[in-house]
Design a binder for this molecule. Structure first.
Ligand SMILES: [Cu+2]
Length: 511
Protein backbone atom coordinates (compact mmCIF):
# COMPACT_ATOMS: atom_id res chain seq x y z
CA UNK A 1 0.00 0.00 0.00
CA UNK A 2 1.32 3.36 -0.96
CA UNK A 3 0.68 5.84 1.79
CA UNK A 4 2.20 8.70 -0.15
CA UNK A 5 -0.71 8.68 -2.52
CA UNK A 6 -3.08 9.45 0.27
CA UNK A 7 -0.73 12.00 1.77
CA UNK A 8 -0.75 13.90 -1.47
CA UNK A 9 -4.46 13.85 -1.41
CA UNK A 10 -5.78 17.33 -1.70
CA UNK A 11 -4.58 20.50 -3.28
CA UNK A 12 -4.64 23.90 -1.68
CA UNK A 13 -7.99 25.23 -0.70
CA UNK A 14 -9.78 21.93 -0.30
CA UNK A 15 -9.11 20.84 3.24
CA UNK A 16 -6.55 20.40 5.95
CA UNK A 17 -4.14 17.53 5.58
CA UNK A 18 -4.42 16.84 9.29
CA UNK A 19 -8.14 16.28 9.02
CA UNK A 20 -7.65 13.60 6.39
CA UNK A 21 -5.33 11.30 8.23
CA UNK A 22 -6.62 8.94 10.90
CA UNK A 23 -6.01 10.49 14.28
CA UNK A 24 -6.47 8.32 17.37
CA UNK A 25 -7.28 11.39 19.43
CA UNK A 26 -10.37 11.89 17.31
CA UNK A 27 -11.82 8.52 18.23
CA UNK A 28 -13.59 10.15 21.17
CA UNK A 29 -15.81 13.16 20.66
CA UNK A 30 -13.88 16.36 20.39
CA UNK A 31 -15.67 19.49 19.47
CA UNK A 32 -14.60 21.11 16.25
CA UNK A 33 -15.41 24.60 15.18
CA UNK A 34 -16.72 26.04 11.97
CA UNK A 35 -16.43 29.76 11.45
CA UNK A 36 -18.71 31.81 9.25
CA UNK A 37 -16.98 35.00 8.19
CA UNK A 38 -16.60 37.31 5.23
CA UNK A 39 -13.60 37.44 2.93
CA UNK A 40 -12.40 39.03 -0.27
CA UNK A 41 -12.09 36.63 -3.20
CA UNK A 42 -10.38 37.70 -6.38
CA UNK A 43 -12.21 36.50 -9.47
CA UNK A 44 -10.57 37.22 -12.83
CA UNK A 45 -8.44 39.88 -11.22
CA UNK A 46 -11.32 41.69 -9.58
CA UNK A 47 -12.09 41.58 -5.83
CA UNK A 48 -15.47 40.41 -4.55
CA UNK A 49 -16.76 40.28 -1.00
CA UNK A 50 -18.06 36.81 -0.23
CA UNK A 51 -18.50 34.55 2.80
CA UNK A 52 -16.10 31.95 4.14
CA UNK A 53 -16.89 28.78 6.09
CA UNK A 54 -13.68 27.46 7.58
CA UNK A 55 -12.73 24.86 10.17
CA UNK A 56 -10.29 25.56 13.01
CA UNK A 57 -7.44 24.64 10.68
CA UNK A 58 -8.44 27.48 8.37
CA UNK A 59 -9.60 25.36 5.42
CA UNK A 60 -13.13 25.07 4.03
CA UNK A 61 -15.69 22.70 5.56
CA UNK A 62 -14.93 19.45 7.36
CA UNK A 63 -13.66 15.98 6.63
CA UNK A 64 -14.41 13.32 9.23
CA UNK A 65 -12.96 9.86 9.65
CA UNK A 66 -15.17 6.78 9.88
CA UNK A 67 -17.06 6.67 13.15
CA UNK A 68 -16.21 10.22 14.09
CA UNK A 69 -19.22 12.15 15.40
CA UNK A 70 -20.20 15.52 14.01
CA UNK A 71 -19.58 17.50 17.17
CA UNK A 72 -19.34 21.05 15.97
CA UNK A 73 -19.85 24.59 17.23
CA UNK A 74 -20.72 27.06 14.48
CA UNK A 75 -19.45 30.55 15.23
CA UNK A 76 -21.03 33.35 13.27
CA UNK A 77 -18.23 35.89 12.88
CA UNK A 78 -19.93 37.60 9.96
CA UNK A 79 -22.13 40.69 10.18
CA UNK A 80 -25.27 38.87 9.05
CA UNK A 81 -27.56 36.35 10.75
CA UNK A 82 -27.12 32.88 9.30
CA UNK A 83 -27.91 29.18 9.68
CA UNK A 84 -25.88 26.36 8.12
CA UNK A 85 -27.67 23.30 6.73
CA UNK A 86 -25.81 19.97 6.53
CA UNK A 87 -26.82 18.93 3.05
CA UNK A 88 -27.05 15.16 2.72
CA UNK A 89 -27.08 14.56 6.44
CA UNK A 90 -30.09 13.16 8.28
CA UNK A 91 -29.59 14.52 11.81
CA UNK A 92 -32.27 14.94 14.47
CA UNK A 93 -34.66 17.60 13.24
CA UNK A 94 -33.48 20.38 15.57
CA UNK A 95 -29.96 20.13 14.06
CA UNK A 96 -30.97 20.33 10.40
CA UNK A 97 -30.11 23.99 10.09
CA UNK A 98 -33.17 25.55 8.49
CA UNK A 99 -34.07 28.96 9.92
CA UNK A 100 -37.44 29.24 11.63
CA UNK A 101 -38.33 25.66 10.71
CA UNK A 102 -35.76 23.83 12.85
CA UNK A 103 -33.87 26.56 14.71
CA UNK A 104 -33.66 30.33 15.10
CA UNK A 105 -31.09 32.19 13.00
CA UNK A 106 -27.60 32.44 14.50
CA UNK A 107 -27.11 36.16 15.01
CA UNK A 108 -23.88 37.96 14.28
CA UNK A 109 -21.41 37.13 17.04
CA UNK A 110 -23.43 34.15 18.32
CA UNK A 111 -22.78 30.40 18.07
CA UNK A 112 -24.80 27.17 17.89
CA UNK A 113 -23.86 23.57 18.72
CA UNK A 114 -24.43 20.43 16.70
CA UNK A 115 -23.78 16.84 17.73
CA UNK A 116 -24.92 13.84 15.72
CA UNK A 117 -23.54 10.75 13.98
CA UNK A 118 -23.00 11.78 10.39
CA UNK A 119 -23.97 9.80 7.34
CA UNK A 120 -20.96 8.74 5.25
CA UNK A 121 -20.26 10.05 1.78
CA UNK A 122 -19.66 13.25 -0.15
CA UNK A 123 -21.91 15.92 1.30
CA UNK A 124 -21.76 19.65 1.84
CA UNK A 125 -22.85 22.47 4.08
CA UNK A 126 -24.41 25.75 3.11
CA UNK A 127 -26.40 28.68 4.41
CA UNK A 128 -30.15 28.25 4.31
CA UNK A 129 -30.74 31.96 4.91
CA UNK A 130 -31.79 34.36 2.17
CA UNK A 131 -29.44 34.38 -0.80
CA UNK A 132 -26.20 33.82 1.17
CA UNK A 133 -25.46 30.62 -0.71
CA UNK A 134 -24.90 32.68 -3.88
CA UNK A 135 -22.25 34.58 -1.94
CA UNK A 136 -20.36 31.33 -1.46
CA UNK A 137 -21.51 30.49 2.06
CA UNK A 138 -20.94 26.80 1.36
CA UNK A 139 -18.22 24.22 1.96
CA UNK A 140 -17.52 20.49 1.53
CA UNK A 141 -18.58 17.99 4.20
CA UNK A 142 -16.80 14.70 3.60
CA UNK A 143 -17.57 11.73 5.83
CA UNK A 144 -15.13 8.97 4.95
CA UNK A 145 -16.06 5.29 4.96
CA UNK A 146 -13.73 2.55 6.21
CA UNK A 147 -13.37 1.53 2.52
CA UNK A 148 -12.06 5.00 1.71
CA UNK A 149 -9.39 4.67 4.37
CA UNK A 150 -8.41 1.21 3.12
CA UNK A 151 -8.45 2.08 -0.60
CA UNK A 152 -5.18 2.88 -2.30
CA UNK A 153 -6.41 5.97 -4.05
CA UNK A 154 -6.02 9.70 -3.78
CA UNK A 155 -9.14 11.63 -2.79
CA UNK A 156 -9.84 14.95 -4.44
CA UNK A 157 -12.69 17.30 -3.57
CA UNK A 158 -14.01 19.65 -6.25
CA UNK A 159 -16.68 22.15 -5.30
CA UNK A 160 -18.41 24.04 -8.10
CA UNK A 161 -19.99 27.48 -7.94
CA UNK A 162 -21.62 29.97 -10.25
CA UNK A 163 -20.41 33.48 -9.51
CA UNK A 164 -21.63 37.02 -10.12
CA UNK A 165 -20.13 40.33 -9.12
CA UNK A 166 -23.66 41.65 -8.69
CA UNK A 167 -25.47 41.17 -5.41
CA UNK A 168 -27.91 38.24 -5.45
CA UNK A 169 -30.63 40.66 -4.32
CA UNK A 170 -30.18 42.62 -7.55
CA UNK A 171 -30.24 39.42 -9.54
CA UNK A 172 -33.48 38.35 -7.89
CA UNK A 173 -35.02 41.81 -8.38
CA UNK A 174 -34.27 41.57 -12.10
CA UNK A 175 -35.83 38.11 -12.29
CA UNK A 176 -38.96 39.34 -10.57
CA UNK A 177 -39.07 42.30 -12.94
CA UNK A 178 -39.06 39.86 -15.85
CA UNK A 179 -35.51 40.74 -16.82
CA UNK A 180 -34.09 37.27 -16.33
CA UNK A 181 -31.93 35.72 -19.00
CA UNK A 182 -33.97 33.22 -20.93
CA UNK A 183 -30.97 31.82 -22.68
CA UNK A 184 -30.80 28.39 -24.22
CA UNK A 185 -34.47 27.97 -25.04
CA UNK A 186 -35.10 24.51 -26.38
CA UNK A 187 -38.19 22.60 -27.34
CA UNK A 188 -39.40 20.35 -24.55
CA UNK A 189 -37.00 17.45 -24.72
CA UNK A 190 -38.50 15.55 -21.85
CA UNK A 191 -41.54 13.87 -23.25
CA UNK A 192 -43.23 11.28 -21.15
CA UNK A 193 -42.45 8.76 -23.84
CA UNK A 194 -38.74 8.29 -24.17
CA UNK A 195 -38.21 5.76 -26.90
CA UNK A 196 -34.45 5.81 -26.52
CA UNK A 197 -34.46 5.11 -22.80
CA UNK A 198 -34.76 1.35 -23.00
CA UNK A 199 -32.07 1.29 -25.63
CA UNK A 200 -29.79 3.17 -23.27
CA UNK A 201 -30.66 0.66 -20.62
CA UNK A 202 -29.54 -2.32 -22.65
CA UNK A 203 -26.42 -0.44 -23.63
CA UNK A 204 -25.52 0.13 -20.01
CA UNK A 205 -22.07 -1.27 -19.87
CA UNK A 206 -20.19 -3.62 -17.62
CA UNK A 207 -23.02 -5.95 -16.75
CA UNK A 208 -23.10 -4.46 -13.30
CA UNK A 209 -26.03 -2.36 -14.23
CA UNK A 210 -29.09 -4.47 -14.61
CA UNK A 211 -32.60 -3.58 -15.55
CA UNK A 212 -34.83 -3.31 -12.54
CA UNK A 213 -37.78 -2.62 -14.79
CA UNK A 214 -39.78 -5.65 -13.83
CA UNK A 215 -38.85 -6.10 -10.24
CA UNK A 216 -40.85 -3.29 -8.79
CA UNK A 217 -44.11 -4.12 -7.13
CA UNK A 218 -45.35 -0.57 -7.31
CA UNK A 219 -49.04 -0.35 -7.93
CA UNK A 220 -50.57 1.36 -10.90
CA UNK A 221 -51.82 4.43 -9.15
CA UNK A 222 -48.36 5.59 -8.13
CA UNK A 223 -46.95 5.43 -11.60
CA UNK A 224 -46.93 8.20 -14.15
CA UNK A 225 -50.42 7.48 -15.41
CA UNK A 226 -51.55 8.53 -11.97
CA UNK A 227 -50.44 12.02 -12.82
CA UNK A 228 -52.72 12.34 -15.82
CA UNK A 229 -55.47 14.03 -13.84
CA UNK A 230 -53.15 16.87 -13.04
CA UNK A 231 -53.22 18.04 -16.62
CA UNK A 232 -56.66 19.41 -15.96
CA UNK A 233 -55.55 21.49 -13.02
CA UNK A 234 -55.92 25.22 -13.35
CA UNK A 235 -53.00 26.97 -14.92
CA UNK A 236 -51.36 23.89 -16.33
CA UNK A 237 -50.41 24.22 -19.94
CA UNK A 238 -49.76 20.59 -20.68
CA UNK A 239 -46.50 18.73 -20.79
CA UNK A 240 -44.98 20.08 -23.96
CA UNK A 241 -43.67 23.40 -25.19
CA UNK A 242 -40.59 25.50 -24.75
CA UNK A 243 -38.33 24.99 -21.79
CA UNK A 244 -35.37 27.05 -20.75
CA UNK A 245 -32.22 26.02 -19.01
CA UNK A 246 -30.79 29.07 -17.30
CA UNK A 247 -32.38 32.26 -16.07
CA UNK A 248 -29.34 33.89 -14.45
CA UNK A 249 -26.25 35.09 -16.30
CA UNK A 250 -23.00 34.71 -14.39
CA UNK A 251 -19.60 36.36 -14.55
CA UNK A 252 -17.64 33.20 -13.80
CA UNK A 253 -17.81 29.56 -12.77
CA UNK A 254 -15.57 28.40 -9.97
CA UNK A 255 -14.00 25.10 -9.02
CA UNK A 256 -12.56 25.28 -5.48
CA UNK A 257 -12.93 29.07 -5.77
CA UNK A 258 -10.85 29.37 -8.96
CA UNK A 259 -11.56 29.91 -12.64
CA UNK A 260 -9.82 28.21 -15.55
CA UNK A 261 -7.61 31.32 -15.89
CA UNK A 262 -5.77 30.01 -12.86
CA UNK A 263 -7.12 26.57 -12.00
CA UNK A 264 -6.15 24.45 -9.05
CA UNK A 265 -3.52 21.95 -10.14
CA UNK A 266 -3.70 18.74 -8.16
CA UNK A 267 -0.57 16.63 -8.29
CA UNK A 268 -1.28 12.97 -8.91
CA UNK A 269 0.83 9.87 -9.29
CA UNK A 270 1.47 8.56 -12.73
CA UNK A 271 -0.71 5.49 -13.22
CA UNK A 272 -2.45 6.06 -9.89
CA UNK A 273 -6.08 5.89 -8.96
CA UNK A 274 -8.06 8.91 -7.81
CA UNK A 275 -11.52 9.45 -6.35
CA UNK A 276 -12.93 12.81 -7.38
CA UNK A 277 -15.68 13.97 -5.04
CA UNK A 278 -17.65 16.56 -7.01
CA UNK A 279 -20.11 18.89 -5.29
CA UNK A 280 -22.38 21.17 -7.30
CA UNK A 281 -22.71 24.10 -4.91
CA UNK A 282 -23.92 26.45 -7.66
CA UNK A 283 -27.03 28.45 -6.88
CA UNK A 284 -28.62 28.20 -10.27
CA UNK A 285 -26.46 26.14 -12.67
CA UNK A 286 -26.54 22.49 -13.67
CA UNK A 287 -23.26 21.20 -15.07
CA UNK A 288 -21.94 18.45 -17.29
CA UNK A 289 -18.74 17.05 -15.84
CA UNK A 290 -16.24 16.38 -18.63
CA UNK A 291 -13.21 14.16 -18.03
CA UNK A 292 -11.71 14.99 -21.42
CA UNK A 293 -9.44 12.16 -22.51
CA UNK A 294 -10.01 10.22 -19.32
CA UNK A 295 -12.62 7.61 -18.69
CA UNK A 296 -14.14 7.52 -15.20
CA UNK A 297 -16.49 5.37 -13.17
CA UNK A 298 -19.30 7.01 -11.26
CA UNK A 299 -19.34 5.13 -7.95
CA UNK A 300 -21.63 7.21 -5.74
CA UNK A 301 -24.35 9.85 -6.06
CA UNK A 302 -25.31 12.14 -3.19
CA UNK A 303 -23.04 10.04 -0.97
CA UNK A 304 -24.76 6.73 -1.81
CA UNK A 305 -22.80 3.92 -3.49
CA UNK A 306 -24.02 2.92 -6.95
CA UNK A 307 -23.19 0.11 -9.36
CA UNK A 308 -20.22 1.64 -11.23
CA UNK A 309 -21.13 3.45 -14.45
CA UNK A 310 -18.31 4.21 -16.85
CA UNK A 311 -18.30 7.32 -19.03
CA UNK A 312 -16.36 10.45 -19.95
CA UNK A 313 -19.23 12.85 -19.26
CA UNK A 314 -21.68 12.95 -16.38
CA UNK A 315 -24.54 15.31 -15.55
CA UNK A 316 -24.46 17.01 -12.15
CA UNK A 317 -27.53 18.99 -11.18
CA UNK A 318 -27.62 21.76 -8.60
CA UNK A 319 -26.85 20.49 -5.06
CA UNK A 320 -26.04 16.95 -6.20
CA UNK A 321 -22.76 15.16 -5.54
CA UNK A 322 -20.98 12.66 -7.71
CA UNK A 323 -17.99 10.49 -6.84
CA UNK A 324 -15.94 9.44 -9.85
CA UNK A 325 -13.09 6.97 -9.69
CA UNK A 326 -10.42 7.39 -12.34
CA UNK A 327 -7.47 5.15 -13.20
CA UNK A 328 -4.83 7.49 -14.57
CA UNK A 329 -2.67 6.57 -17.52
CA UNK A 330 0.98 5.70 -16.99
CA UNK A 331 3.51 8.38 -17.83
CA UNK A 332 3.59 12.08 -17.27
CA UNK A 333 0.66 14.23 -18.19
CA UNK A 334 -1.95 16.80 -17.25
CA UNK A 335 -5.65 16.05 -17.46
CA UNK A 336 -8.29 18.72 -16.91
CA UNK A 337 -11.53 17.75 -15.18
CA UNK A 338 -14.03 20.39 -16.21
CA UNK A 339 -17.67 21.24 -15.56
CA UNK A 340 -19.61 22.86 -18.41
CA UNK A 341 -22.71 24.94 -17.76
CA UNK A 342 -25.91 23.34 -19.04
CA UNK A 343 -26.87 24.54 -22.51
CA UNK A 344 -23.70 26.63 -22.74
CA UNK A 345 -19.97 26.37 -23.34
CA UNK A 346 -18.76 28.26 -20.28
CA UNK A 347 -16.85 26.01 -17.95
CA UNK A 348 -14.66 25.69 -14.91
CA UNK A 349 -12.49 22.93 -13.52
CA UNK A 350 -9.28 21.64 -12.02
CA UNK A 351 -6.23 19.96 -13.52
CA UNK A 352 -4.86 16.57 -12.50
CA UNK A 353 -1.16 16.56 -13.26
CA UNK A 354 1.89 14.47 -12.56
CA UNK A 355 4.73 16.26 -10.88
CA UNK A 356 6.71 17.13 -13.98
CA UNK A 357 3.86 17.69 -16.37
CA UNK A 358 3.55 20.85 -18.40
CA UNK A 359 0.18 22.48 -17.85
CA UNK A 360 -1.32 24.03 -20.94
CA UNK A 361 -3.56 27.08 -20.69
CA UNK A 362 -7.22 26.09 -20.78
CA UNK A 363 -9.88 28.02 -22.67
CA UNK A 364 -12.72 29.41 -20.56
CA UNK A 365 -15.17 27.80 -22.96
CA UNK A 366 -15.59 24.24 -24.15
CA UNK A 367 -15.39 23.53 -27.90
CA UNK A 368 -19.13 23.30 -28.12
CA UNK A 369 -22.22 23.96 -26.04
CA UNK A 370 -23.65 21.17 -23.97
CA UNK A 371 -27.23 20.16 -24.50
CA UNK A 372 -29.89 20.06 -21.82
CA UNK A 373 -29.39 17.49 -19.08
CA UNK A 374 -31.63 14.59 -20.05
CA UNK A 375 -32.83 11.68 -17.96
CA UNK A 376 -30.58 9.02 -19.55
CA UNK A 377 -27.85 8.95 -16.91
CA UNK A 378 -30.31 9.07 -14.03
CA UNK A 379 -32.33 6.22 -15.53
CA UNK A 380 -29.22 4.05 -15.76
CA UNK A 381 -28.09 4.43 -12.15
CA UNK A 382 -28.69 1.46 -9.85
CA UNK A 383 -27.82 1.27 -6.18
CA UNK A 384 -24.70 -0.78 -5.35
CA UNK A 385 -26.83 -2.99 -3.15
CA UNK A 386 -30.28 -4.03 -4.20
CA UNK A 387 -33.06 -3.63 -1.70
CA UNK A 388 -36.46 -5.30 -1.93
CA UNK A 389 -39.24 -3.28 -3.52
CA UNK A 390 -41.47 -1.68 -0.94
CA UNK A 391 -45.19 -1.25 -0.92
CA UNK A 392 -46.28 2.31 -0.34
CA UNK A 393 -48.14 3.06 2.88
CA UNK A 394 -48.80 6.58 1.67
CA UNK A 395 -48.80 8.08 -1.80
CA UNK A 396 -48.32 11.80 -2.16
CA UNK A 397 -48.65 13.75 -5.37
CA UNK A 398 -47.62 17.31 -5.98
CA UNK A 399 -47.27 19.59 -8.94
CA UNK A 400 -44.38 22.00 -9.29
CA UNK A 401 -45.90 25.28 -10.36
CA UNK A 402 -45.01 28.52 -12.07
CA UNK A 403 -46.98 31.76 -11.75
CA UNK A 404 -49.41 33.39 -11.52
CA UNK A 405 -47.01 36.35 -11.19
CA UNK A 406 -43.76 36.83 -13.07
CA UNK A 407 -41.12 34.59 -11.52
CA UNK A 408 -43.49 33.08 -8.98
CA UNK A 409 -42.56 29.48 -8.25
CA UNK A 410 -44.49 27.13 -6.03
CA UNK A 411 -45.79 23.71 -5.19
CA UNK A 412 -49.44 23.25 -6.13
CA UNK A 413 -49.45 27.04 -6.66
CA UNK A 414 -48.67 27.58 -2.99
CA UNK A 415 -45.65 29.73 -2.28
CA UNK A 416 -43.58 29.33 0.89
CA UNK A 417 -44.41 30.17 3.64
CA UNK A 418 -48.05 29.85 2.53
CA UNK A 419 -47.47 26.18 1.88
CA UNK A 420 -49.53 23.12 2.69
CA UNK A 421 -47.33 20.61 4.57
CA UNK A 422 -47.00 17.10 3.17
CA UNK A 423 -48.14 15.08 6.15
CA UNK A 424 -46.64 11.70 6.97
CA UNK A 425 -46.57 9.38 9.97
CA UNK A 426 -43.58 7.64 11.50
CA UNK A 427 -42.83 4.16 10.16
CA UNK A 428 -44.31 4.56 6.68
CA UNK A 429 -42.93 3.99 3.22
CA UNK A 430 -44.02 7.11 1.39
CA UNK A 431 -44.00 7.66 -2.35
CA UNK A 432 -44.05 11.17 -3.73
CA UNK A 433 -44.87 11.84 -7.37
CA UNK A 434 -43.90 15.21 -8.78
CA UNK A 435 -45.35 16.57 -11.99
CA UNK A 436 -43.46 19.41 -13.57
CA UNK A 437 -45.37 21.28 -16.28
CA UNK A 438 -43.20 24.39 -15.77
CA UNK A 439 -40.67 25.80 -18.21
CA UNK A 440 -37.62 24.72 -16.20
CA UNK A 441 -36.22 21.59 -14.57
CA UNK A 442 -36.14 21.72 -10.77
CA UNK A 443 -33.52 20.06 -8.55
CA UNK A 444 -35.83 18.98 -5.73
CA UNK A 445 -34.17 18.38 -2.37
CA UNK A 446 -35.66 16.51 0.57
CA UNK A 447 -34.28 17.16 4.04
CA UNK A 448 -34.13 14.51 6.76
CA UNK A 449 -34.15 11.41 4.53
CA UNK A 450 -32.56 10.00 1.41
CA UNK A 451 -35.08 8.71 -1.11
CA UNK A 452 -34.96 6.17 -3.91
CA UNK A 453 -35.79 7.25 -7.46
CA UNK A 454 -38.72 5.02 -8.49
CA UNK A 455 -39.76 6.59 -11.77
CA UNK A 456 -38.48 9.25 -14.11
CA UNK A 457 -40.25 10.55 -17.19
CA UNK A 458 -42.49 7.56 -17.55
CA UNK A 459 -39.88 4.89 -16.85
CA UNK A 460 -40.37 2.94 -13.63
CA UNK A 461 -37.28 1.42 -12.09
CA UNK A 462 -35.49 0.96 -8.77
CA UNK A 463 -32.98 3.75 -9.19
CA UNK A 464 -30.47 5.70 -7.16
CA UNK A 465 -30.76 6.66 -3.54
CA UNK A 466 -30.36 10.43 -3.39
CA UNK A 467 -31.31 13.57 -1.56
CA UNK A 468 -31.66 15.77 -4.65
CA UNK A 469 -33.30 14.83 -7.96
CA UNK A 470 -33.59 16.95 -11.09
CA UNK A 471 -37.26 16.80 -12.06
CA UNK A 472 -37.25 17.50 -15.80
CA UNK A 473 -39.20 20.35 -17.33
CA UNK A 474 -42.43 19.02 -18.83
CA UNK A 475 -41.61 15.79 -17.04
CA UNK A 476 -42.38 13.75 -13.97
CA UNK A 477 -40.66 11.79 -11.25
CA UNK A 478 -41.59 9.50 -8.36
CA UNK A 479 -39.43 8.99 -5.30
CA UNK A 480 -39.91 6.77 -2.24
CA UNK A 481 -38.61 7.13 1.29
CA UNK A 482 -38.95 5.66 4.75
CA UNK A 483 -40.25 7.90 7.52
CA UNK A 484 -37.97 7.22 10.46
CA UNK A 485 -36.85 10.69 11.51
CA UNK A 486 -39.68 12.76 13.03
CA UNK A 487 -39.94 16.48 12.65
CA UNK A 488 -40.62 19.19 10.12
CA UNK A 489 -38.37 18.75 7.08
CA UNK A 490 -37.88 21.23 4.30
CA UNK A 491 -38.61 20.01 0.79
CA UNK A 492 -37.70 22.49 -1.91
CA UNK A 493 -36.22 23.35 -5.26
CA UNK A 494 -32.47 23.89 -4.84
CA UNK A 495 -32.34 26.56 -7.51
CA UNK A 496 -31.77 29.35 -5.00
CA UNK A 497 -33.96 31.88 -6.83
CA UNK A 498 -36.82 29.43 -7.27
CA UNK A 499 -36.70 28.62 -3.57
CA UNK A 500 -36.55 32.31 -2.67
CA UNK A 501 -39.62 32.88 -4.81
CA UNK A 502 -41.69 30.19 -3.19
CA UNK A 503 -40.87 26.68 -4.42
CA UNK A 504 -40.65 25.09 -0.99
CA UNK A 505 -42.85 23.11 1.35
CA UNK A 506 -42.29 20.79 4.28
CA UNK A 507 -42.72 17.12 5.05
CA UNK A 508 -44.36 17.16 8.47
CA UNK A 509 -44.66 14.18 10.79
CA UNK A 510 -48.07 14.04 12.43
CA UNK A 511 -49.11 11.91 15.41
CU1 LIG B 1 -36.68 25.22 -9.41
Amino acid sequence: MDISRRRLMVGAGAMALSSLLPNPALARPRRQSLNVDSRVLEVRGKPAKVFSLLNQGGTPGLTLDPGQPFTVRVYNRSAASTVIHWHGQTPPNDQDGVPDLTQPPIKAGASYDYDFMPRPGTHWMHSHVGLQEQQLLAAPMIIRRPEDVAADRQEIVVMLHDFSFRSPEETLADLVAGKGAHGAMVMGVHNQEIPSADKAETQAQSGQVSDAHSESSMSMDMNMEGMAGMENMAGMEGMSGMVHLNDVEYDAYLANDRTLDDPEVIRIESGGRVLVRLINAASSTNFTVDLGELQGRAVAVDGNAIAPLAARRFPLAIAQRLDIEIDLPAGNGAWPVTAIREGAAARTGIVLATRNATIAKLAAEADEKTGPIDSMFEQRIRPATRSPAQTADRRLRIMLSEGPGVYDWGINFRMWPNHLPLEVRQGEYVTLTMGNPTSMAHPMHLHGAHFQVLALNGKRYAGAFRDTLLVPAKGMATIGFQTDNPGRWAFHCHNLYHMAKGMMTEVRYIA
